[in-house]
Design a protein around this ligand. Sequence first.
Ligand SMILES: N[C@@H](CCC(=O)N[C@@H](CS)C(=O)NCC(=O)O)C(=O)O
Length: 310
Amino acid sequence: MAANAQSIILHQYDISPFSEKVRVVLGIKGLDWFACDEPVIMPKPELTALTGGYRKIPVMQIGADIYCDSQIIIRELERRFPSPSIHAGSDNGTGWGIAMWTDRVLFQAAVAIIFGGGTPLADEAFIKDREKLTGRPFDIEGMKAAAPMMAEQFRAQLGWLEEQLSDGRAFLPGDNPGLADASAFYNLAFVRWTSPNGVKLIESFPGVAAWEKRVAGIGHGNRQEVSREDALDIAKATASTEKANADPGEPNGLKPGDTVTVMADDYGRDPVSGELVSSSAQHIALKRNDPRVGDVVVHFPRAGFLVMKS
Ligand SMILES: N[C@@H](CCC(=O)N[C@@H](CS)C(=O)NCC(=O)O)C(=O)O
């Protein structure tokens, strides 16, 4: 079946670690979805037509609703497809906090090991692109120098996973896999794809290595492919399903109709502006228009993002 307005379309590329986090969640939930492959470096004209400037990967599209950042993608998947839940075992919400650890501290250690160890991924065009993304030099020599220290950091954090698994549980939250598993796993997958030295560190933890196999065994649900042009046509032909909603608890008085700008608080801070449709403690949705895709609503998480009223 071809992709349509109800399909989950994941704008991604295969060696994108944050896409792997979402793919594992799609696997936990056993969902049908479409991969729309995007370039690894800029330009990404089709992606930014949908997002209004956000260029990071992954982005999820369902019709004319565009979800930027793995956190809001997974929250939306949980909302639309609650069973089985990503909140497994005793996790009702702290899984999001675990993801903040794995997406920032653990990920930075993995990146330093991968790029400090030399990888063909880092060609000249890639380095230039990532310098623009982060606003900092992509300092391979510095990463090489830091790699031994970062190996210690990575090992210490792998040790936490080993301790969590030490009572024989199958997954981090207990008998069933959840958000914590997807969040930790993708970092290890990224290391396995790219860094033999990093793999040795992982292999030194038998419980972690066995858990990794179990998470890999979950799979990615049922994947099909969709082209970028077809994905844009779907957005153009569809209206967003997001309803206007004023949050009385908004600390800074934001309300539907306000013009706001949203950007990540870490790297890839390309601002996206639009008219606020709805917001909550965990979510903000902006309406914007693009000649290629018409009216779309772009969704972001609140934790890790800055919102400015224009
Ligand atoms: N906080 C973001 C991080 C996403 C991220 O850094 N993605 C990487 C690829 S895995 C990226 O976009 N790199 C730059 C690029 O692909 O253009 C999320 O959770 O989705």
